[in-house]
Write a protein that binds this ligand. Structure first.
Ligand code: C2E
Ligand code: MG
Ligand code: MG
Length: 707
């Protein structure tokens, strides 16, 4: 009690002292921005200022005369006590704690995070101290915010995968990230303070200067451009750069921010892809798409400035023969060789393209007359004059050219290519190694051809196609041993159209396969009803003509087998007629197909024999059942001694090779007698009968056999 009273007395004294001296202390303390208390050697607060009262929630009166530990959280009390005492021993120092987890205990029990400073104060020989606290919440929050900004910056800049750089107003580097250093191969130290010239391709330095000028002049806020860099190791890089100025609140540029992208590979890849998309992979020449584009440009130029241009379409003559005889690798090499030869005679303003397969297109520009285009055609054909030497073989390769000369009045560029194609068809028709210049009458012919093909397409279904049958006669006995099935087309306007007209069109349009299967089915159906004639025990055979593309069609064997199975027709009574040129298209394949047909029992007749150039070795190899001697050897018999000798030779050849000889086109009794004499076994011709429809076979037979 006494002690309590004593304490109270003491406090009253201090309070009154405080009030006495208040003026000087108060003026001093109140001037300070921090919450401040003057502590005596016991730690009792002798003076406090308003800021401290405000921070802690106490009134000044509640604080003065109390132990400062009332403001220290329990866990820090010992430390505080020791620190204060130690500090008081050394009055010359000032102790400041910031960046530490210090707090004061407020009146409401909450804690307030503060920075803390102690200054020793020697008063009347006693070790007093001045303690100051500063609310650091705002400061801490600002620091945290700053740290976050820095973190974000680090993620956005330092760790960014995209190369980034900051430069000052003179464009000297003030910061670069790792990605940038990696891209150019220079270290951060090597780049700092330097301008971009050290890694810029010498030819592109101007680009940087120009963009700086544009940004500085206010022409653009942000500029994007592509420029070349030189990597430290000497590699050229293509880089997409975007430069933006960092502005202060007044819109003044502080520095520049560069964000970049190395597009070297991307560029190379897209260049490669676009090259692939526009070029032929074998020859490297422009492809059709690129050619059409250049043609459109050339045409537009002619429309603007006048003049003439030409499209030339070149087709290699009998190129398939090269593939067949030497193989595709040699064929490919030949195409490349031809492309190089054509390139050598291509003028710089002209374009050359591989149109596909063995076709090339040439665009000639700046011509003054149609004769110029013909000169171009001759130059191209002349380029093939010398043989090609490939894989030890000397190969002669010629071409035909269709020429389309055009001016501003020609509207459709796609039509120009078609017209060159029409002219090419005409050039081919005139013979190999020629050129033909497009005329509108060719177009009419072409259109006519097109219309005919359309009609032919319908004729199969509409029943306008028929098979007629020409008897094949045993020359010694006069017996009919077989019939050749010949196709007839009855056109509603043009009447009977001969096969020499429509078969080539059917081949051109691919219709031939349909026609061929029709011919075979029809012939077999008809022949199924035939019965043996004369002394023969088997009914007559039927021969069916197959053109080259039919014979070399992969589905041929399957088709024949199917028709034979469906009809139950004896395979031995079926003979397929093929020509020498068809054999020559692919001799190895022909031999294989014939062997297969032979296994089925189906025979082969070599048609129009003597008109091609087949060698005797082929005859032995193919061993056809019949050799059909072309009518040209039969008809002028009496007129030429040479032909006579030829005929004799052919017939005796057949005998020696053990093949049956069949003479075509026998028109007169004299021809028949002569053939008999020479020992030709079979024959057909108008002398016996032309080809007749199914319904007339019986009467024809009766007449022929009756003769
Ligand atoms: P080819 O196979 O050599 O047929 C013989 C041609 O000579 C037939 O002409 C026939 O009518 C004709 N001919 C027959 N005897 C005589 C005669 O004594 N004197 C004269 N001057 N000619 C005679 P056609 O029917 O006009 O056929 C022409 C060619 O069309 C045929 O020649 C054949 O290559 C082809 N052909 C006919 N039918 C078909 C067919 O169904 N398919 C295929 N792919 N081609 C066919
Ligand atoms: Mg024939
Ligand atoms: Mg013939």
């Amino acid at each position: 009690m006494v002690r309590v009273l004593g304490e109270r007395d003491e406090r009253e004294r201090i309070v009154s002292d405080f009030q006495d001296s208040a003026l000087s202390w108060e003026i001093l303390l109140e001037a300070l921005p921090d919450g401040t208390a003057v502590l005596d050697e016991h730690g009792t607060m002798r003076h406090v200022n308003g800021v401290l009262a405000e921070l802690t929630g106490y009134s000044r009166e509640e604080l003065v005369g109390r132990d400062v530990q009332m403001l220290v959280p329990a866990r820090h009390r010992d430390t505080e006590h020791v620190a204060r005492r130690e500090h008081a021993q050394d009055p010359n120092t000032r102790l400041i704690w910031s960046d530490m987890d210090l707090s004061v205990l407020c009146r409401d029990g909450s804690e307030l995070s503060v920075d803390f400073a102690l200054s020793a104060l020697a008063i009347e020989g006693k070790a007093w101290v001045v303690a100051a606290i500063r609310d650091n919440r705002a400061q801490r929050a600002a620091e945290t915010a700053q740290a976050e900004v820095e973190l974000r910056f680090r993620v956005a800049f330092e760790d960014n995968m995209a190369p980034m750089m900051f430069t000052d107003l003179d464009d000297r580097t003030i910061a670069v990230n790792d990605a940038f250093c990696r891209m150019v191969g220079y270290s951060r130290d090597e780049l700092m303070g330097k301008d971009s010239r050290i890694f810029t391709h010498p030819d592109d330095v101007g680009i940087t200067e120009e963009t700086l000028r544009r940004v500085n002049s206010g022409e653009a806020d942000q500029v994007q451009y592509v420029k070349r860099y030189l990597h430290k190791d000497g590699r050229v890089l293509v880089v997409e750069v975007s430069r933006s100025p960092a502005l202060d609140a007044f819109g003044k540029t502080l520095y520049f921010v560069f964000s970049e992208r190395d597009i070297t590979e991307e560029r190379a890849l897209s260049a490669q892809l676009s090259h692939q998309a526009l070029h032929d992979s074998l020859t490297g020449l422009a492809n059709r798409a690129l050619f059409e584009d250049r043609l459109a440009q050339a045409h537009a130029a002619v429309v603007r400035h006048g003049g003439l241009g030409a499209v030339l379409m070149l087709d290699l003559d009998d190129f398939k023969g090269v593939n067949d005889s030497y193989g595709h690798i040699v064929g490919d090499q030949l195409l490349v060789g031809i492309a190089r030869r054509f390139e050598q005679v291509t003028r710089s303003m002209d374009s050359l393209c591989r149109f596909g397969g063995d076709e090339f297109l040439y665009l000639a520009q700046g011509l003054t007359s149609p004769e110029d285009a013909i000169r171009v055609a001759s130059r191209l054909l002349g380029a093939l004059a010398e043989p090609f030497f490939i894989a030890g073989a000397s190969i002669e390769q010629r071409a035909s050219v269709g020429v389309m000369v055009w001016d501003a009045s020609s509207t459709e560029t796609s039509q120009l290519i078609q017209d060159a194609d029409v002219a090419l068809y005409e050039a081919k028709r005139r013979g190999k190694g020629h050129h033909a210049v497009f005329t509108s009458s060719m177009r009419a012919k072409e259109e006519n051809r097109f219309a005919t093909i359309q009609e032919l397409r319908h004729s199969v279904q509409s029943g306008d196609l028929e098979m007629h049958y020409q008897p094949i006669v045993e020359l010694t006995t006069g017996d009919v041993v077989g019939f050749e099935a010949l196709m007839r087309w009855h056109h509603h306007v043009r009447g009977w159209v001969p096969p020499s007209v429509f078969i080539p069109l059917a081949e051109m349009s691919g219709l031939i396969l349909e026609l061929g299967s029709f011919a075979l089915r029809q012939a077999i159906t008809t022949a199924s009803s035939w019965t043996p004639t004369g002394a023969h025990s088997v009914a007559p055979f039927v021969t069916v003509n197959f053109s080259a593309s039919q014979f070399h069609n992969p589905g041929l064997i399957a088709m024949i087998e199917e028709v034979l199975v469906e009809s139950g027709f004896a395979a031995e009574r079926l003979v397929i007629e093929i020509t020498e040129s068809s054999v020559l298209m692919d001799v190895t394949e022909t031999v294989a197909v014939i062997a297969h047909l032979d296994r089925l029992g189906v025979g082969i007749a070599l048609d129009d024999f003597g008109t091609g150039f087949s060698s005797l070795s082929y005859l032995v190899l193919l061993h056809p059942r019949f050799i059909k001697i072309d009518q040209s050897f039969v008809r002028p018999m009496s007129e030429s001694v040479h032909n006579d000798t030829l005929l004799e030779t052919i017939i005796s050849l057949g005998e020696k090779l053990n093949m049956t000889m069949l003479a075509e086109g026998i028109e007169t009794k004299a021809q028949l007698e002569r053939l008999r004499l020479l020992g030709c076994e079979l024959g057909q011709g108008f002398f016996f009968s032309p080809a007749v429809p199914d319904g007339e076979i019986a009467t024809t037979l009766a007449r022929v056999l009756g003769d």
